[in-house]
Design a protein around this ligand. Structure first.
Ligand code: SAM
Length: 389
């Protein structure tokens, strides 16, 4: 028989369907379970509420996982959740037909808070964003092996997560990159050499949509990373592609990606701010401009400065779009809402003296689902516009 789980009691009535319960609402148990342990949660009236990961060291003390008292959160539970997430991608979304690089599991959106898994061909990149996901990692690896027999793993936990969630994890090192393809275009996904998980699968549908408007166009890919938008544009027949990124290492991968697809974008290592100022002064103009900067902040207090930075870079980028040209602008800062982002764009257009016609607002691909009650896991905002004059 299974050992009974430790019980954690709430201090106040709790009605929310959000899976997180914050520390101030949770009584400190006399015997503290280890960070990330699965516990039974009871309300202030001692009525059972659910099961979840408990972490007495984290601001998010509970991450609820299961609401059925008859269902144990054990190895089989992880295996079922992961199988469900894979079935969504394979059977409903039919992502195998699009490519071999997709998000396998997106944290709360797929019912395991703090676990992110990307799949790049045979390579699974596993990110731990909660002590619970880290504590039960062997069950998670086993469940992933069931779904992807013979797979390789690269796993990591960001330093700030380890600090906040109070666990220690050494990333796996020296992982060989994977050769992936999406919409018929090839890339190297290199979790050891590039940012985050090694490739931004979240932009797949946005790259595809925009690239179909790029034939014969002069394209500027700002913050190009490993060349995603730029390589797509070049493959779809852009007359010229310039990609800018501040990081020399990702540009090496971008150049290799261009070679893989037999195209020749020009990749330049530069900070986009001075580069755009110079380009503006030199009267450079592009038919299509893409601006996909890195996440600005994860601190609520820093949202205003982040919006100011977005404003400055969007204003500069708008300055190099040809009249009638396209501008695709993105924000992957979860704390910046779509409304705040489109309002920033309104102000950027005003200060740049341009008329911006919004064609389409989008987000990450459907392999990055989010629960309606957890809007903060919807991080990517995508706005496609025409710069009328
Ligand atoms: C979210 S990634 C872009 C992903 C890319 N569009 C793709 O499809 O793979 C953000 C990139 O912005 C770059 N970056 C951040 N600040 C920058 C700056 N001031 N100038 C140029 N690049 C910058 C980072 O090095 C990173 O590669």
């Amino acid at each position: 028989m299974n050992e009974p789980l430790p019980v954690v009691r709430l201090k106040n009535a709790w009605k929310s369907t959000h899976p997180w319960i914050f520390q101030r609402l949770v009584e400190k148990p006399a015997q503290r379970p280890k960070p990330g342990s699965v516990v039974d949660v009871v309300g202030v009236d001692d009525v059972w509420i659910g099961r979840g990961f408990y972490n007495g060291h984290s601001r998010i003390a509970l991450r609820m996982l299961e609401g059925d008292p008859d269902v144990a959160v054990d190895e089989a539970w992880f295996s079922r959740r992961i199988a469900d997430a894979v079935a969504l991608r394979r059977e409903l979304l039919k992502l195998d037909e699009v490519g071999n690089a997709w998000r396998v599991l997106h944290s709360e959106g797929d019912g395991i808070s703090g676990l992110v898994v990307d799949r790049y061909d045979d390579l699974l990149v596993v990110g731990f964003f909660s002590a619970g996901a880290w504590r039960y990692r062997e069950w998670i690896f086993n469940a992933l092996r069931e779904q992807f027999p013979g797979c390789r793993f690269h796993s990591f936990a960001d330093e700030h997560v380890q600090k906040q969630e109070s666990f220690d994890y050494k990333d796996t090192m020296g992982t060989q990159p994977a050769l992936i393809h999406e919409h018929g275009i090839a890339f190297n996904a290199d979790p050891a050499g590039a940012h985050k998980t090694g490739f931004f699968a979240d932009q797949r549908e946005n790259r595809q949509w925009l690239s179909q408007l790029c034939a014969g166009q002069r394209v500027l890919d700002l913050c190009c990373n490993t060349g995603g938008f730029g390589v797509y544009a070049a493959v779809r027949g852009a007359s010229e592609v310039v990609g800018i990124d501040i990081d020399a290492d990702v540009l090496e991968i971008a150049r290799a990606n261009a070679k893989l697809n037999h195209v020749k974008p020009k990749f330049i290592q530069a900070d986009i701010f001075p580069w755009l100022r110079d380009a503006g002064l030199n009267g450079e103009q592009f038919d299509v401009v893409i601006l996909d900067p890195a996440k600005m902040t994860r601190d609520r207090e820093q949202v205003i400065p982040a919006l100011k930075k977005y404003l400055d870079m969007n204003k500069l980028a708008l300055g190099v779009v040809k009249p009638g040209g396209l501008f695709a602008t993105f924000s992957c800062t979860g704390l910046v809402s779509e409304e705040q982002f489109t309002d920033m764009l309104r102000r950027a257009a005003f200060y740049a003296g341009r008329t911006v016609q919004v064609l389409k607002v989008a987000g990450a691909g459907p392999d990055h689902p989010w629960l309606a009650q957890v809007p903060e896991s919807r991080y990517l905002k995508a706005v496609f516009c025409r710069v009328v004059d």
